[in-house]
Ligand binder design. Structure first.
Ligand code: CA
Length: 221
């Protein structure tokens, strides 16, 4: 899962980014509204954390512009504690959720998990596909109740496939959701990671769809 963080407070930006990375996400961050707007318009994100008070372009304008352009990714806004009108303006501009500053990082993380799974059509915090279970609260994956040890990149790949199960995902889409913008992306390495994940899962559920990409699907379906 790949997230965009737009926050001009340098310390807060660093803190949130570190917490998101700790929790298994790849993160692009921007410190002003123009750069944030550009990234959100041109890159693929599973969710965005957007501060409202930003230099160059304010958060509400950024969000309105994304929605006008048809970008549908979930957006969580950061608002000031006493500014109820910011929350109203944010929702009206297309926000999906908010946290008011100062906030507990755990709350921000929980709200992001909920937004990401909801956007993929999952109501429960545990996402299953046959014998595979992803516990989004703890970022752990089990097969038949036994935990599967994955590297962070393998986890991101499988977590994305579990959220998007049943759908054929192209290599390009996978690369977009696994790496940050600075990474030298090579979609050929995806096949290697998929091979390793298959071995660790011990199932044949992560299929290669020739010429199209990959599909996670319950066997016998
Ligand atoms: Ca700010």
């Amino acid at each position: 899962m790949r997230l965009l963080l737009v926050e001009d407070d340098k310390d807060l930006n660093r803190q949130i980014k570190a917490a998101l990375i700790d929790n298994g996400y790849v993160v692009d961050s921007a410190q002003d509204g123009e750069e944030g707007h550009f990234l959100g318009s041109t890159e693929a994100y599973d969710a965005v954390v957007l501060d409202l008070g930003l230099p160059l372009m304010d958060g509400i304008s950024v969000l309105e512009s994304w929605r006008r352009e048809g970008h549908k990714m979930p957006v969580l806004i950061l608002t000031a504690r006493d500014r109820w009108n910011d929350k109203v303006a944010g929702f009206d501009a297309g926000a999906d959720d908010y946290v008011a500053k100062p906030f507990h990082m755990e709350e921000l993380l929980a709200r992001l998990r909920a937004l990401i799974r909801r956007a993929a059509g999952h109501a429960s915090s545990e996402i299953t596909c046959g014998p595979i279970l992803l516990d989004t609260k703890t970022s752990r994956i089990f097969v038949n109740d036994a935990q599967v040890k994955l590297t962070s990149l393998e986890f991101r790949l499988l977590s994305y496939m579990l959220h998007q199960q049943g759908r054929v995902i192209s290599r390009t889409e996978l690369v977009e959701h696994l790496y940050d913008q600075d990474f030298d992306r090579d979609s050929n390495t995806i096949e290697v990671f998929v091979g390793r994940i298959r071995k660790k899962l011990g199932t044949n559920m992560l299929k290669t769809v020739r010429g199209l990409g990959y599909q996670l699907i319950e066997e016998g379906v």
